[in-house]
Design a protein around this ligand. Structure first.
Ligand code: NAD
Length: 484
């Protein structure tokens, strides 16, 4: 526990660090060896109440009263501090989530970039004048919602905090953040950075705790005016129902079963690294993981062979060893993934390749072997359900129409990739794929800070990232003045 340089057991409310109201804590495990990493506060409904009150005070006071450019400067200062502390944040994220340190570092850099993007944008969001009846001037104002709730999962805490809290603060909202009970060290470190950067007390409050306690209290709180949720479809539905009772808007970023579609005319050398990396990054625990690879029949065998080679070369081990793949987040998540691997065996599917674990992996760690499964029918459970582990299925297809039918044929619609040199096909596919983002001849371009992101169907609704998020975290007011 001594490796964490701050008290992890506290909540952060109104600029103060203190124990949660019931003084209870929850264990935080290190996925790389299963050991106790730290204890965190088990926040309750009364902590959430205090956090919402502190946020209301900041929003109607010190934070909400700042000029937009001043708000932006605070975010830019936070960005600078995040970059200065990127190595330490990467280490904390690696210990907490089990991701290789280089991925933790990429996440810290992304957090800094979100703060830079939204800090720079804070004074560039404005309304419009509207040509209305003679004798009137009409215009619109973009105003903050007030108190915004941010319920985030464990897989990319820094990136998800950056894109949602960053945009909400830029618009002048005050935030209550409920990190996941499985991983919340960088959320606590982020609050310290906000404090050091001079963010007024109450503009950001962090209450760790259980989803069904602190999370449920936050999503149903009558003082909250917008809820941003990233997580599972099941919990997303609960959050939407809770917010509906208060007539509050929600942004839901949920799961996915995202395809990359490889046509026979594709640049296979260019595609190969994207095909595998987008499946095994963060041990496959990425909402936009490309967990389905659709390949046109003439190049099917070649693609499977080359992906299999890459799988066999993957190095899997403890996060701090900084290999290609770390453990999954928990024993429960490992059980879920192993259940799917048992299904592969029971269904007689063909395992094209499996990576080996490094010889020294600690026995208590939550490791699964990255697995590539070839020639899977599109309606098989392996090709329909989100696994959230380092497992990809490869599905053959004949022609554009079948590719589209398979790509669109799941309950999800988050992201899609298309690999083809045919310009007409690029445009047709981009228009006809049912999802929130399409990448042509790449996947996940540049981390996507500037690119609006979100889903359709069971992948959710609302958009975060890019400029679009600033509209989501604000409310439009129309003013009509009669002057003649
Ligand atoms: P989860 O839904 O169990 O938990 C997410 C968050 O919700 C946690 O903070 C949790 O404490 C909280 N929560 C749980 N129950 C709650 C309740 N009843 N009321 C309020 N809050 C509650 O999800 P998870 O297991 O942490 O994450 C995995 C899922 O998240 C996957 O399905 C994945 O695809 C999805 N995800 C989506 C995105 C995206 O941007 N679309 C990003 C990351 C993860």
């Amino acid at each position: 526990m001594s490796t964490i340089p701050f008290d992890t057991t506290q909540v952060f409310i109104g600029g103060q660090w203190r124990a949660g109201d019931n003084a209870e804590t929850l264990p935080l495990l290190n996925p790389s060896d299963g050991s106790l990493l730290a204890s965190i506060a088990r926040g309750t409904a009364s902590d959430i109440d205090a956090a919402v009150s502190a946020a209301e005070a900041a929003q109607s006071g010190a934070w909400g009263g700042l000029a937009a450019a001043e708000r932006g400067r605070v975010l830019l200062k936070m960005s600078t501090l995040v970059l200065e502390q990127a190595d330490e944040l990467a280490r904390l994220e690696a210990l907490d989530v089990g991701k290789p340190v280089k991925q933790g570092r990429a996440d810290a850099v992304a957090l800094a970039r979100y703060l830079e993007f939204y800090g720079g944008a804070a004074d560039k969001v404005h309304g419009e004048t509207i040509p209305f009846a003679n004798g009137y001037t009409a215009f619109t104002l973009r105003e903050p919602h007030g108190v915004t709730a941010h319920i985030v999962p464990w897989n990319y805490p820094m990136q998800i905090i950056g894109r949602s809290v960053g945009a909400a603060l830029a618009m002048g909202n005050a935030c209550v953040l409920k990190p996941a009970e499985e991983a919340c060290l960088t959320a606590l470190a982020f609050a310290r950075i906000a404090q050091a950067a001079g963010l007024p007390a109450g503009a950001l409050n962090v209450v760790p705790g259980l989803g069904e306690e602190a999370g449920a209290a936050l999503s149903s709180h009558t003082g909250v005016r917008h809820v941003s949720f990233t997580g599972s479809v099941q919990v997303g539905a609960l959050i939407q129902a809770a917010a509906a009772r208060n007539a509050v808007p929600v942004t839901l970023e949920l799961g996915g079963k995202s395809p990359q579609v490889v046509f026979a005319d594709a640049d296979l050398d260019g595609a190969l690294p994207f095909l595998v990396n987008a499946g095994i990054q963060n041990a496959g625990q990425t909402c936009s993981a490309a967990s389905r690879i659709l390949v046109e029949r003439p190049v099917f065998d070649a693609v499977v062979t080359r992906m299999a080679e890459r799988y066999r070369a993957l190095r899997v081990g403890p996060a701090l060893d900084d290999l290609d793949v770390g453990p999954v987040i928990s024993a429960r998540q490992r059980e879920i993934v192993e259940g799917y691997l048992a299904l592969v065996k029971d269904s007689g599917l063909q395992v094209a390749a499996q990576a080996s674990l490094a010889p020294n992996v600690p026995r208590g760690g939550f490791y699964v072997r990255p697995t590539l499964v070839a020639d899977v029918a599109p309606d098989h459970r392996m090709a329909q359900e989100e696994i959230f582990g380092p497992v990809q299925v490869v599905i053959p297809f004949d022609g554009e129409a079948e590719a589209l039918a398979i790509a669109n044929g799941t309950p999800y619609g988050l992201v899609a990739g298309v690999w083809t040199r045919d310009g007409g096909r690029q445009l047709r596919m981009a228009r006809r794929l049912q999802c929130g983002q399409v990448f042509i001849n790449n996947y996940g371009a540049g981390g996507g800070i500037e690119l609006p992101f979100g889903g359709v169907k069971h992948s959710g609704h609302g958009r975060e990232k890019g400029f679009e998020a600033l509209y989501g975290f604000s409310s439009l007011k129309t003013v009509a003045i009669k002057h003649d």
